[in-house]
Design a protein around this ligand. Structure first.
Ligand code: ADP
Length: 351
């Protein structure tokens, strides 16, 4: 188990993966993706959509009902977890409490009978990597939650896995620590050059850290791509609504117009729905945009850097706008306003 490439091919590849558990529960229906060397790849989706099942299949902790896992081009069928070039980091830490930080990190390399000098070199470079130089003699109980999680990551990386698998590794930390750890993890991944496959149900985490991400829903992948592409060009209603906030209007297309219930939206092409991000929606008076509606300002929510405006149209439809500029701040609840957006702000969706 070294970082040296064994076969050709991407670091991880899942082909037609399906998993039905012994009790009949459907773990995943159909999952296909490839992860390139050095990539930070995330799986994002609601609880129960099959993220952990997919990760455990990659790790060899579960066998797929059908489909194939390849790591660096090598088929993994029948190969148990401890013989795969992968390591897993869990939400709940699995550090050895009776071993020091250094001994925790040295555990894998020692098991693989690396010479003592090489083991201490690995420990030193791993401690540097996770920014814990000088903590080698501490015991896990003498560290904060974030520090413990960094030791867990160092311990996993000390095995030089082809792919590091992380299952909600920040889930147990409080919000402030999570944000710090997101940045630390991204840096560790970049500096180590190791391929990461990361599972989370937190969209901010996936958006901020990933090179590419897969949005999952009910055992299937809805869409794969770089975070900005998924956010800006969602392919499905699920991705549009799951990633960030959006105004989603479903209807029938007729002559350049999507006729949704209570609102007609000029769109660029035929489709079944249109998604308009709140930051692309203007609110005010005498607007100059292709889609323009009259309504009453129902709510103004100050959020610091931006303000959200809820505009209720006469038909009952709600339009949400989020603005950064100060100009809008003169608007107050109850005002009669206009709201609207240009045609190219609307992403047309087929399903
Ligand atoms: P996620 O990680 O996205 O929350 P999981 O992969 O854990 O989703 O679960 C996907 C589906 O498989 C769920 O319906 C879950 O109940 C089921 N499942 C997961 N693990 C098992 C198991 N060991 N036995 C039976 N069903 C399971």
């Amino acid at each position: 188990m070294t970082a040296a490439a064994t076969g050709g091919g991407p670091d991880a590849e899942l082909r037609g993966i399906r998993k039905v558990y012994d009790n009949g529960a459907r773990g995943v229906e159909q999952v296909d993706f490839t992860v390139a060397t050095g990539e930070f790849f995330s799986m994002l989706g609601p609880s129960g959509c099959g993220k952990s099942t997919t990760l455990r299949i990659l790790a060899g902790l579960e066998e797929p009902t059908s489909g194939e896992v390849l790591i660096r081009g090598e088929p993994m069928r029948g190969r148990p977890a401890h013989r795969r070039p992968t390591n897993m980091v869990f939400q709940r830490l699995a550090l050895f409490p009776h071993l020091t930080v250094a001994d925790n990190i040295a555990f894998g390399p020692k098991l693989r009978r690396k010479p003592a000098r090489q083991v201490s070199e690995i420990v030193g470079s791993m401690l540097d990597l996770v920014d814990l130089a000088g903590y080698d003699a501490r015991y896990p109980a003498q560290l904060s939650g974030g520090q413990q999680q960094r030791v867990a990551i160092a311990r996993a990386l000390a095995n030089e896995p082809a792919v590091l698998l992380l299952d909600e590794p920040l889930g147990a930390l409080d919000l402030r620590l999570r944000v710090q750890m997101q940045q630390a993890l991204k840096r560790i991944q970049h500096d180590s050059g190791t391929t990461f496959v990361y599972v989370t149900h937190d969209q901010v985490e996936a958006l901020t850290m990933s090179d590419r991400m897969a949005v999952m829903n009910e055992g299937r992948i809805e869409q794969i791509g770089p975070p900005a592409e998924l956010y800006r060009s969602p392919a499905t209603k699920f991705t549009a609504t799951f990633l960030g906030d959006t105004n989603l209007y479903e209807g029938t297309y007729d002559g350049g117009l999507l006729e949704a219930e209570g609102i007609g939206v000029k769109v660029a092409r035929p489709g079944r729905a249109v998604s308009v991000r709140p930051e692309h929606v203007a609110v005010g008076k005498d607007l100059d945009c292709a889609n323009r509606y009259h309504g009453r300002l129902e709510d103004v929510i100050f959020q610091g850097a931006s303000t959200r405006y809820h505009v209720r149209l006469a038909s009952g439809v709600l339009v949400i706008s989020e603005r950064r500029e100060e100009a809008g701040s003169t608007l107050t609840v109850g005002d009669e306003v206009e709201t609207g957006w240009d045609v190219d702000a609307g992403v047309v969706l087929d399903h």
